[in-house]
Design a protein around this ligand. Structure first.
Ligand code: HEM
Length: 219
């Protein structure tokens, strides 16, 4: 369970700070990369840039900027101190986060529909499901927050997991490369490791979170 269950505010604050520090380098990379849309070097070298395809280019580079923002900001919503002592800030940040997350997922989905992904249909399905779940988490988080319903927390935590999942995808590859030298991974993302990864960067974390949630509820 993401430690809201931590009764000690210091422990919770340290956890949030550690998550933000962990997320910042990738968040910075994503925002910086997204802002390179009009850079001639990026346009010449990137496989994500397609000449004459303004919509898919704007969608994919825009999703990187919005995605970088949510990667850095999402952990802040787990802060108990912020929620209890600065409720207005928590609420405002929540709306910013949900808007940016919707922008991120819609941008990614538009790109998938128009261009597909480097790994082909399986990767496209994995990433499309990721985007759809993020959209669902956005809608449910806001819906339950407005109803002041306890399920707000469940969906908000799911949204945070999904916001950090893109970073986890890269972390999985990094750790796998160190441990195995990239066994089962190919340049065109068609290896067995790649195929598993298109679902493994978010589904197991959501499942683990769901299990911890149910265990806590049953107590
Ligand atoms: C959570 C925040 C997200 C961040 C920070 C992020 C960041 C990025 C970045 C930086 C790239 C460029 C490739 C790279 O440099 O590694 C990328 C590619 C991509 N992202 Fe995201 N992304 C996020 C969420 C999403 C979501 C929710 C979707 C699904 C709708 C998505 C779909 C894609 C697709 C389809 C590509 C291109 C894959 C390919 O063919 O290479 N992303 N993303």
């Amino acid at each position: 369970m993401i430690p809201e269950s931590t009764k000690r505010p210091v422990g919770n604050s340290l956890f949030v700070a550690a998550l933000i520090l962990f997320a910042l380098p990738f968040a910075y990379y994503a925002v910086a990369r997204g802002m390179m849309l009009n850079d001639p070097g990026e346009q010449a070298l990137s496989r994500l840039f397609h000449g004459g395809a303004a919509l898919s280019n704007t969608a994919v580079y825009g999703h990187m900027i919005a995605g970088g923002l949510i990667t850095a900001l999402a952990p802040l919503q787990l802060s108990r101190v912020l929620r209890q002592r600065a409720a207005l800030l928590h609420r405002t940040l929540g709306y910013v986060l949900v808007s940016a997350a919707m922008f991120t997922s819609l941008g990614g989905l538009i790109y998938i529909v128009l261009q597909g992904t480097i790994g082909g249909p399986v990767m496209s399905i994995g990433f499309a499901l990721y985007g759809i779940l993020m959209l669902l988490a956005c809608v449910q988080t806001v819906r339950y927050a407005r109803l002041r319903h306890p399920l707000h927390r469940l969906w908000a935590e799911r949204l945070v997991i999904l916001a950090l999942a893109s970073l986890l995808y890269r972390v999985h590859y990094g750790v796998w490369e160190i441990l195995t030298g990239g066994l089962g991974s190919r340049d065109d993302f068609s290896g067995p490791f790649d195929v598993i990864q298109v679902f493994a960067f978010y589904l197991p974390y959501l499942a683990l979170h769901g299990w911890l949630w149910r265990r806590r509820e049953s107590r």
